[in-house]
Write a protein that binds this ligand. Structure first.
Ligand code: NAD
Length: 478
């Protein structure tokens, strides 16, 4: 283990041993072992939960103004290690270096934004029913938080939880993804170096089920927040519900893109190709089901086929790579199976469709046309480089298909008609709608889904709200 090997952090100390032995980190581009790390379980989770009570008492007693300075200092420290953090993120998860660097720096900006938002957690005075009364509502931090994060955006998804929780005055026990622990570890270190009380944050990983069942049941923890799959969302929301804890669940999606007959393909095609294959399609808001009105269908398919075929796939550490490998061997097998099922049921591979080589989890950027609703890929979240294209007769048919699934995270539409825009925005079942573009997650704006895509929002002032509770002081002043 070297100084740049991620280690769990508890009580401000980096641990070189875990109660469950070790886990191995593998580079998805080469399948080589990167490092062997301590593995935590129920023991560390219980310890971190216990300490988070002290951390909460200390951190919430500091004024929002001073807390804000600590968080801003941490954001600056993060910017100072962008090169190392990005290289580590690419080695662990596979995304191209420029995307990893962008994510790291955006996460530092997110921390800055919440550092300021924490200073604006205003309460309110309510007009009373009697002149000798005063009704004041404060907004107080909910208490220690357990946060669970996935591997696809290992810095951003951590920061979407840690930044608003700390800005609100909460302490955090962070369980980051076992595949990509480096970013959470670095964020924890930056916060501690910036002056966060040591017990206000713990960073652990190891056995997810043991850690989550311990934290969801721990009386010290007051809120559970997860970004992850719908399957794990159900597990954690049930466990938290059993103990009446608040939850935020940012889960999977199967995001429709409606391409109306009046859309401008010279805009849609390059944007669709760029965003579909970003992070090899392993993005919760990735555009997934492309529902194209028939007059544009053939040209759309030809355009994206040509553009996808030109993408350079390779090790994310190489400068000209546009798409890296999938992050895990499991993802690779799932994508192979979904593509095979679609073809077997009549879809056509326009480009791609196969694994690349036999070392590293590389899969070709793939366009599948002639998709129909019964194919597995049209129902399960693919989370990979499959662009699924289906022709539709009209906007009503597109909306029917878009709203068919129980998911409702992001949705997108491309049109130049105001009435089509209005029709789609009034009838789409989703947490978010991107009109004529795909860029979704910003510090200032809420981000979240409905139905099987989860509950609650991150980002924006809504993201802070999730870590605050109202406290009423009803005073007789006469
Ligand atoms: P996952 O659900 O397998 O894991 C998410 C986290 O939960 C990990 O830290 C995992 O270790 C942990 N976990 C806790 N208890 C667990 C248990 N009992 N069993 C298994 N894991 C447990 O998700 P993933 O594969 O890491 O990430 C991909 C998923 O995350 C996709 O479905 C994607 O759409 C979703 N996601 C959603 C958003 C969003 O904001 N809505 C953002 C990014 C990713």
């Amino acid at each position: 283990m070297t100084n740049s090997t991620p280690r769990p952090i508890i009580d401000g100390q980096e641990r070189s041993q875990g109660s469950l032995g070790t886990i191995q980190l593998v580079n998805p581009a080469t399948e080589e072992l990167i490092a062997t790390l301590p593995s935590c379980g129920a023991e560390e989770a219980a310890e971190a939960a216990r300490l988070s009570v002290d951390g909460f008492a200390q951190w919430s007693a500091i004024s929002p103004f001073e807390r804000s300075k600590v968080l801003r200092r941490a954001a600056d420290l993060m910017r100072g290690e962008a090169d190392e953090a990005a290289a580590e993120m690419t080695r662990e998860g596979g995304k191209p270096l420029a995307q990893a660097r962008g994510e790291w720096l955006a996460s530092a900006d997110l921390l800055d934004w919440y550092a300021e938002e924490g200073r604006r957690a205003y309460g309110r005075l309510i007009p009373t029913r009697a002149s000798d009364m005063r009704w004041a509502v404060e907004r107080r931090p909910v208490g220690p938080v357990a946060a669970f994060t996935p591997w696809n955006f290992p810095a951003w998804t951590v920061m979407q939880k840690v930044a608003p929780a700390l800005a609100a005055g909460c302490s955090v026990v962070l369980k980051c993804a076992e595949e990509t622990p480096g970013s959470g570890w670095r964020i924890g270190r930056a916060l501690l170096a910036a002056g966060l009380p040591p017990r206000a944050i713990s960073v652990i990983w190891g056995d997810p089920a043991a850690i989550s069942s311990t934290l969801c049941a721990a009386p010290e923890i007051h809120k559970v927040t997860l970004t992850g799959s719908t399957r794990v969302g159900r597990l954690l929301a049930s466990a938290a519900g059993q103990h009446l804890k608040k939850v935020t669940m940012e889960l999977g999606g199967h995001n429709p893109v409606i391409v109306a007959r009046d859309a401008d393909l010279s805009t849609v095609v390059p944007l669709a190709t760029e965003f579909k294959f970003r992070n090899a399609g392993q993005v919760c808001v990735s555009p997934t089901r492309f529902l194209v009105e028939k007059p544009l269908y053939a040209d759309f398919v030809a355009g994206v086929t040509e553009a996808a075929g030109k993408l350079r796939v390779g090790d994310g550490l190489e400068a000209d790579t546009q798409m890296g490998p999938l992050t895990t061997a499991g993802q690779l097998s799932k994508i192979e199976a979904l593509a095979a099922d679609a073809v077997q049921r009549g879809a056509r591979i326009e480009t791609g469709g196969s694994r690349i080589g036999n070392r590293g989890y590389f899969f070709q950027p793939t366009v599948l046309s002639g998709m129909t609703p019964e194919m597995d890929a049209m129902n399960e979240e693919p989370f990979g480089p499959l662009m699924l294209v289906m022709p539709v007769d009209d906007i009503d048919a597109a909306l029917t298909e878009a709203n068919r699934l129980p998911y409702g995270l992001a949705s997108y539409a491309f049109t130049n008609s105001m009435s089509t825009e209005r029709k789609i925005s009034q009838n789409i079942h989703a947490g978010m709608l991107g009109l004529n573009h795909f860029a979704m997650a910003m510090p200032e704006t809420p981000f979240g889904g409905v139905g099987d895509s989860g509950m609650g929002s991150e980002g924006g002032s809504e993201g802070m709200e999730a870590y605050l509770r109202p406290f009423l002081v009803s005073a007789k002043i006469g």
